[in-house]
Every structure is written in structure tokens, then in C-alpha cells.
Design a protein around this ligand. Structure first.
Ligand SMILES: *Cc1c(COP(=O)(O)O)cnc(C)c1O
Length: 402
């Protein structure tokens, strides 16, 4: 993943600015901080890179999603449609605010499908927590149609898709509110961190207060102002924001390079027997952090993964590993061994969580093999990788078909 690949003098410079003032807190201390405000600068840079009106940096992608849900007006007892393929944080965020997750099917885009969403809608459905997975984006025109038809609130978990876009609009800004992650495995990293984005002024003001115990931040002296709402501490530190700022500046370059490498690999592998690709609804808007192969079925995917592992090439399937991104690995959730079970216990589960029937999602995830795309690959490295990939896939498919 690119964020950790390009890391150097630019990040050190921003951190040193903060260390020289000794002010690690994003608010107050105006006299001592020598006009160094890294969280603010990071937010301005995010707005510039993704064309958002408002951004608010927080402590993680997870807290950014929770903030995005609450700022969009979602709360206790609201049904929120979620995908069964996402990092668990999207589901946790819904539970943490007392809302009820309702699982719908994904499709070959690796994201919730409009058809899946339509089938999961009940009279209590309030919102969709749409997750753009593996650097790609959901099929938005079809999803916008369902959102309009049923008057739903669209919240985006773009934790894995910062810098991806759909027909010119960046993920995170396709709905009412959105969230990016800056954890260590994302396109840009701050170590830990996240950013809430929106074009809606009210939602922004809410998020700005919510992520800091409800302080309204009006006037220069935080702590002596009004507290219109209850919130919590989801603040980012100036040190993390300093790294996040330098990394955000790199995002356009990272996306461009990823695309070059992913497109080259896709062209190169297109005619290898058994190889298909996850559908990219807007190929020009891919953030391209992952190359996502779809094999004919679960068995052939498993055979290919085994061959890739034997050849030391990398590449993984979210089903056959213990990675935490697919509902098959979420027994704790199914059994409600969770801190967020209160609403579910009081209000009743909207679905039989222990026995969810999601055959399309099972089929797609069973067939998926993902590879992290690297920004720093040279042409020689790309060619070596492609040759190894092709050989491993051909070998597995030949054994599999006879
Ligand atoms: C990484 C990730 C998160 C969580 O972000 P953190 O910064 O680790 O809290 C949420 N959703 C998705 C889709 C992610 O990939």
C-alpha cells in the first residue's frame, strides 16, 4: 500500500515544525505555536485534493465513519444498510451509535449493489453506509436511483478509496457525509488518523463539535465556549496531522502511479485463462490500490491462491485467510459478542444475523484474489511479477480443469 512506500523528508519537515513549537494539541496555545496548525492545514489539503467544501481530521477512519453517520442525522434504532464485505469498522460504527445494521448483497464491483440495497429496504431503513472496497468505487448511478426513490441518506466509508472518484466526483463526497482512513495500510497514512468530509455546512459543524466533546469552537479560546451537543474525544494530534498533511499532498501522484501499474497488469493478464477482473464502474476514477482478479469460481480461486503462495508472489483471498473483511469471519457479531449490542437487544435485530443468506456476496468473495499495487514498482519488477502471476495462474487452472 502506497502511503508507507513514499515516506521521507516531507513528512519529517512537517513533524519538525510541530516539535519545534512543542504544541501537540490542535486547539488553543496561539501565543506559543508560531502559527503552526497542522490539523487545519491537513483539512485544507484534503479539501483541495478531493474538492470537498469541508473536512475535519479525526483520530481514525473508524471514528471518521462514526462521525459521518451521526453528522448525517443517523441515530438510535435507525436501520442502516451495510455490506458484508468491508473492514468490520463500518459495522461497528453503526452499532456504536445505537443504529441497526442491515446486510445487503454486493456484486462484482465488490461494493453494495443497487439491487442488493433494494431487497434490504424496510419501512425503517434510514441510510446506506456505502463502502468503496479495494480502491475501487460502487456503481453510483444505480445507487443514486435507489437513494432518491426511497429518500435514503447516503454515507460513504471511503476508508480504502481516498482519491477514487465516480464521473468526476471523489468518493466521500457522493453522499451526504464521508470518511477516509489514514491508518498504516491506506493510500495515505498518518500512523493513525481519519478525515470526515462533506459539502454540507450543518453536517460539518456538527462533526467539528461531535469529535471534540461538543465544543462549538466559536471564538479563539476552546474550553470557554458553548457545548450544543454531547460528543466524544475523536481528536487527531498535531503530530499525526503533520504526517497526514505531507501524505495527503502525495495522493494525486500515488493514484496516478497506481493506475499506470494496475492498467498495465490488467492488459498483460487479460488473456490468461480463467482471469477476470472486478468491475470498475468508472475506470478513470480508480484509486487502483489493489489489482482485483475474479476467477471462475471459489475452487479455482483457491487453487490459484495456493499456487501464488507456493511461488511467493503474494495475493490473497478474503475468504480463505483470517482477514477481517468478510462476514464469514464475524462470528462475534453474529453472536452479538459486541459492545454495541444494546440497541439490538432492546429494539430487536432487523435480520437473523446468525443465519444471513447472502449467496451473491459469498460467490463474489469466493472468486476474488487481490494484490496490493505498489507505486514504486519499476518496469522490470512489473514484468517479473506479471510473468510469475501468469505462470502460477496457468499452472493452477490447468491442474484444476483436468
Ligand atoms: C481501514 C478501514 C476502516 C478503519 O479505518 P481505521 O483508520 O483503521 O480506523 C474502515 N473502513 C474501511 C473500509 C477500511 O478499509
Amino acid at each position: 500500500m502506497p502511503g508507507t512506500e513514499l515516506f521521507g523528508a516531507e513528512e519529517r519537515k512537517e513533524i519538525n515544525d510541530v516539535l519545534e513549537t512543542g504544541i501537540l494539541f490542535r486547539y488553543n496555545h496561539e501565543a506559543q505555536r508560531n502559527n503552526i496548525w497542522k490539523a487545519r492545514e491537513m483539512e485544507a489539503e484534503v479539501c483541495k485534493v478531493v474538492g470537498a467544501k469541508y473536512a475535519h481530521a479525526v483520530s481514525s477512519g473508524s471514528t471518521a465513519i462514526q462521525t459521518a453517520l451521526v453528522a448525517a442525522g443517523i441515530g438510535v434504532g435507525d436501520e442502516v444498510i451495510v455490506p458484508p464485505f468491508t473492514y468490520i469498522a463500518s459495522v461497528e460504527a453503526v452499532l456504536m451509535i445505537g443504529a441497526l445494521p442491515v446486510f445487503a448483497e454486493i456484486d462484482e464491483t465488490l461494493c453494495l449493489s443497487a439491487e442488493g440495497i433494494r431487497k434490504a429496504i424496510t419501512p425503517n431503513t434510514k441510510a446506506i453506509c456505502l463502502v468503496h472496497m479495494c480502491g475501487q468505487m460502487a456503481d453510483m448511478d444505480a445507487i443514486f436511483e435507489v437513494v432518491r426513490e426511497h429518500d435514503l441518506i447516503l454515507v460513504e466509508d471511503a476508508g480504502q478509496a481516498m482519491g477514487a472518484s465516480y464521473k468526476g466526483t471523489f468518493t466521500g463526497l457522493l453522499g451526504k457525509t464521508g470518511a477516509y482512513s489514514y491508518d498504516f495500510f491506506k493510500i495515505a497514512t498518518a500512523g493513525e488518523g481519519g478525515v470526515f468530509v462533506t459539502n454540507d455546512e450543518q453536517a460539518y459543524k456538527f462533526a467539528d463539535s461531535y469529535a471534540d466533546h461538543g465544543h462549538d469552537h466559536i471564538g479563539s479560546n476552546r474550553g470557554m465556549e458553548q457545548h450544543p451537543i454531547i460528543g466524544f474525544n475523536y481528536r487527531i494530534s498535531e503530530l499525526h496531522a503533520a504526517v497526514g498533511l505531507a501524505q495527503t499532498r502525495r495522493v494525486p501522484y500515488l493514484v496516478e502511479k497506481n493506475n499506470e501499474h494496475k492498467k498495465w497488469l490488467m492488459n498483460r493478464l487479460a488473456n490468461v485463462p480463467g482471469v477476470g477482473f472486478a468491475r470498475i464502474p468508472d475506470p478513470d476514477g480508480d484509486s487502483a490500490t489493489f489489482l482485483n482478479l475474479l476467477l471462475p469460481d471459489t475452487e479455482s480461486a483457491q487453487a490459484v491462491v495456493a499456487e501464488l503462495n507456493a511461488a511467493g508472489v503474494g495475493g490473497f483471498n478474503y475468504w480463505f485467510t483470517n482477514m477481517y473483511h468478510f462476514i464469514n469471519q464475524w462470528d462475534h457479531f453474529k453472536e452479538m459478542r459486541t459492545a454495541g449490542k444494546l440497541a439490538v437487544q432492546i429494539l430487536g435485530a432487523p435480520q437473523d444475523y446468525a443465519n444471513l443468506d447472502l449467496p451473491k456476496s459469498q460467490e463474489v468473495i469466493g472468486r476474488l484474489i487481490s494484490f496490493g499495487v505498489r507505486v514504486t514498482w519499476t518496469q522490470t519488477e512489473l514484468e517479473t511479477l506479471a510473468n510469475k502471476l501468469e505462470a502460477a495462474i496457468r499452472k493452477a487452472m490447468a491442474a484444476y480443469t483436468c
